[in-house]
Design a protein around this ligand. Structure first.
Ligand SMILES: O=C[C@H](O)[C@H](O)[C@H](O)COP(=O)(O)O
Length: 285
């Protein structure tokens, strides 16, 4: 990893924390990965007493990070029933122009989504390499957490959805067994063609143009201007949320590494969150 990229991660983290860390939060979610390390560093550098703040980890690495920084870690399942997190910081593998994210490159996604969905605000901290107009532009596949016993049937279903070569992520152990998550589940990485955004969907259903907005990089095979398909997998072309829902509904899937749509208490209890964002971060997703 080059020095420049690490500096970009640190700069994004410092900006995200400086601009978003609440004055007196009760619960703060801490994601996983390499960028989040700089977020915790930036929180510790704040001129603010954080000794009473409860930091909610999203996995083993995240919990160690919180504890090593001398902060107070509180497990997700010990948060009072009525409480929501004030904010959650996390990284991403890729972010699109609608601020949808791919996550799970480091095999953490289930707990990350639990924590994000329970947070009033989700701040995604990402360096410039991660931002693309569409998901699956630079990052090759969607990480999916699956029950080991169902992995083979999930692979079959993913091929039916149009993934050309879904595969179990290897654990890099001498016996070649698959990688295990914090839940003792497997990760399947499923490549798909570049995903449409919700705005592509709107424009295809209101227009007969054959040119997708910002050139989605998908072939003009009829799916783009067929308002009936709307990114529902016809000819392998998917829109972000349709694909996330289709994968999530496969028996044996615990969670999908697509973070899209609503989050926060309104999402949790059935309302809606507006999206907002700034360079280097996305919020309110
Ligand atoms: O599984 C890992 C998490 O979803 C990470 O937040 C994501 O992979 C981004 O990690 P990094 O900050 O290391 O690029």
């Amino acid at each position: 990893m080059s020095h420049g990229i690490e500096e970009s991660k640190r700069a994004a983290a410092v900006q995200a924390v400086r601009e978003n860390f609440p004055p007196d939060p009760r619960f703060v979610g801490i994601g996983s990965g390499t960028t989040i390390v700089y977020v915790v560093e930036a929180i510790n550098a704040l001129e603010q007493d954080v000794s009473r703040v409860c930091f909610v980890p999203t996995g083993h690495q995240s919990r160690q990070l919180i504890l090593d920084a001398g902060l107070k870690a509180v497990q997700f399942d010990s948060i009072p029933e009525e409480a929501v997190l004030d904010i959650c910081f996390d990284g991403a593998d890729e972010v699109d122009e609608d601020l949808n994210c791919i996550k799970g490159g480091g095999a953490c996604l289930f707990q990350e989504k639990l924590v994000a969905m329970r947070s009033k605000k989700f701040i995604c901290v990402a360096d410039q390499r991660k931002l693309q107009s569409r998901l699956l532009t630079s990052w090759p596949s969607i990480p999916i957490e699956v029950a080991p016993i169902a992995a083979r049937q999930v692979l079959v279903r993913l091929r039916e959805l149009g993934s050309p070569s879904p595969h179990l992520r290897e654990g890099h152990t001498p016996n070649g067994s698959p990688l295990k998550t914090d839940q003792d589940f497997f990760i399947i990485d499923a490549p798909f063609p570049r995903l449409l955004t919700s705005s592509d969907r709107k424009s295809t259903s209101t227009s007969t143009s054959t040119t997708p907005r910002h050139n989605a990089g998908v072939s003009n095979n009829g799916a783009d201007n067929d308002s009936r398909s709307e990114g529902r997998g016809k000819d392998g072309i998917w829109e972000v949320e349709h694909l996330a829902n289709a994968i999530k509904s496969i028996e044996g899937v615990l969670e999908v590494g697509i973070f899209s749509g609503r989050t926060g208490p309104e999402a949790f209890w059935g309302g809606g969150w507006e999206r907002d964002g700034a360079e280097g971060e996305s919020q309110g997703r």
